[in-house]
Design a protein. Sequence first.
Lengths: 338, 338
Amino acid sequence: MKYQAITIKDIAKALNLSTSTVSRALRDSHEISSATKQVVMEYAAKLNFQPNPIALSLKERKSHSIGVIVSEIANSFFSQIINGIESVANEKGYTVIISQSHENFEKEIRTLQYLASRSIDGLLISVSSATNDLSHLKGMHQSGMPIVFFDRTVEDITTHKVMVDNYQGAYNATMQLLAEGHHSIACVANSEHLSITKDRVGGYLAALQQHNITVDPALIKYCFHGGMLLTEVETAVHELLQASPRPEAIFATSDKLTTGCMRVLKRAGIAIPQDMALTGFSNSELIELLHAPITVVQQPAYEMGQVATELLLQLIESKRPVKDFKSIALQTRMVQPQ
Amino acid sequence: MKYQAITIKDIAKALNLSTSTVSRALRDSHEISSATKQVVMEYAAKLNFQPNPIALSLKERKSHSIGVIVSEIANSFFSQIINGIESVANEKGYTVIISQSHENFEKEIRTLQYLASRSIDGLLISVSSATNDLSHLKGMHQSGMPIVFFDRTVEDITTHKVMVDNYQGAYNATMQLLAEGHHSIACVANSEHLSITKDRVGGYLAALQQHNITVDPALIKYCFHGGMLLTEVETAVHELLQASPRPEAIFATSDKLTTGCMRVLKRAGIAIPQDMALTGFSNSELIELLHAPITVVQQPAYEMGQVATELLLQLIESKRPVKDFKSIALQTRMVQPQ
DNA sequence: ATGAAAGCGCTAACAA
DNA sequence: TTGTTAGCGCTTTCAT
C-alpha cells in the first residue's frame, strides 16, 4: 500500500480543465489566463502537488542524476569532495548517486555499468588505483556520456579535469623534510598507474634533486591497492626499515598511505619523528590528535568537488558539443602540527 | 549531444517484430517461440540493450531507489553504515540516494522533501540531533512511505528500528572507567532529544549507581548540535574542568564528541589519561593512532546498515500492510588500546 | 505465437 | 485562451 501521489490529471478533472491547461498553468505559461492560473496554482498548492520526476525524466530523456565514483567514502578526502559535489548538484536540481570502487578494477567496471543502467546524465570519477585499462571509460565517453575526472585523472580521455597541483604539493612536503635536516627520504606511493602518483613522485624527486641528492630507486615503494590492504604498506615500510642505510624520513602520497605508514611504524615500535620522520598528503580531521605530530599536505577537497560538478553540469547542459576542455589545478596547503 | 540508447522499438524495427513481442521475448515469456526468443536475445545482447529504467519506473510506479539521511557522511560511523546499506540495496537492484542533515533540523526537512520529490520507494533515517519535532516524518509515514529508523530512532512512529544496545555499551564503558579507579565521572552527551542520548546516559547512570556513586547532574553536559560545533564541546569540557571537585574522567556518547573532547583537552593542555581519563563511542579507524590511548565503544555499523536495509526492502516489497514491526538491538564492542 | 492498443505522468505541437 | 493528440520506453491486456 503505497502513497498515491496526486497528478496533473487529478487536478484537471477536479477543476474541469484539460491536463495541458493545468500543465501550462503550473509552469506559468503566458498563454493561460491569470484567472485560470490562479485557480490551478492554488488548488495544486493545497494538495501539495509535486510533478512526478520520473515522468519528467522520461519526457526530457534526462534523469537529472549524476554518478560519482570514488575509491571509498570512508575517507575524509573523498567525503569532503562529495560534500562539495552535492552542494552544487542539489542546488541545480540534480541527484547524486555515489558508488565506490574500493580500489578494485572489476568493481569499478561493475559500478560503472550499474550507473549507466540507471541512466545517469553525467559522471564524476576518480579512478581506482588498480585501473590501468581505460576501455570501459573510453567506451562510455565515446558513446557521448559527459565525464569529468577529478583527483585521479587520466591522460587518454579528453575532457574536463580537476585536481590539485600534486607536483607542487609533493615538492613542498619533501622540501620541508629536507629543511628539517633529513637527507635520505623514502617515498611510499600509490599505484604507479595513477596520474597523482606520477605527479607526486615527480615533485618528490624534484625536491631531492634541488638538494643535489641522488635518488635511490629502492626508496620509492608503490602500493598497488593504494593502502587499501595494510599488508601492502607493511611490506613497503618494512623493506624501507631494512634498507641500508635506513632512510630517515618517509613521504607518503595519500591519506590512506600516510595513516597506513603511521600505523605500521607504531606497531613496529618506531618513534615518529625521532626514529623516522613522516609527512604525507592527508585531509583527515584527526591529524592534530595523532600521537605523532606530523605535517601534512592538505587538499581543498570541498572546492574540488564543487568545481568538478560545475564543469560537469556545464557539459550536460551545453547545447552544442564542447570543444574547449579545462584542466584545473587547485593549490594544496601545508598544515603543520600546532 | 547525448548518447542515444537503443530501445525495444529499435530492436522490433530491425527484426521486423512488434515491440510487445520483443518485450516478451526479452523477459523470456513462455508464449514466445524459442526461435524468436533466440533471435531477439542475441540481437539485444549484440547491441548491449539496457531497458530504460525510467520507463520501467514510470510503468511500475516504483523508482527503485531508497533515500538515506544521516547527519554527515564524513564520519566513520555513518560511512560504514552507508557501506552496509549499499551492499544490500545494490544487490537487490536499488539505488541509494544519500543526504546529510548536518545535525540541522531545517536541513533535515528540506532534504526529506527533496527525497520525496525524487519519489524514493523508502527511507532510512538517523534523525539529526536538532530534531525534536517529528511532524515531517510523521506526515511522510502516514502517507504510506516505508521508513526504517537506524541508530537514532524515534518513539512516536511505529515501524522497524535498528540500533545497538546503547544502554549496555554506555554501561560497559562507564564500568571500565570505574574499574580503572575513577569515581567522579562526567558525561558529555549528544542532544537530549535523541533516543541514543537517553539510552547512553541511562547506561552511564546505571553503572554509577551500581558503584553507589551519587550522580551529580552538573557532570552531565548535553551538546545540542552533537559536537558539530566544536564550541559546544569546548563549553562543556571547560565547565567540567571548572567544577569542583574536578571530575577524573569523561564518558563521551558519540564519535564526534569523543574526538571533540580529545581536541579540547589537548588544546587545554590536559593530559589523557593522567589528568583526565576519556572513553566514548567511536568507530574511527584512527583510534589506535591517537596521541592518547583511549578505550572506545565500537558499533557494528556495517551490519546495522545491512539489517536496516533488509527490513526496509521487506517493507517496500511487501504485498500486504506490515503489522509486525521489529526493534533490533545489535551488540557493541569495547576496543582497548593495544 | 504474434500484434495492436492502451496507459504510466508529463509536455508540446497543432487545432480550435 | 483552452483542448486534443501524440509521444517519451516499456509492459500488458486484449485481439488475431
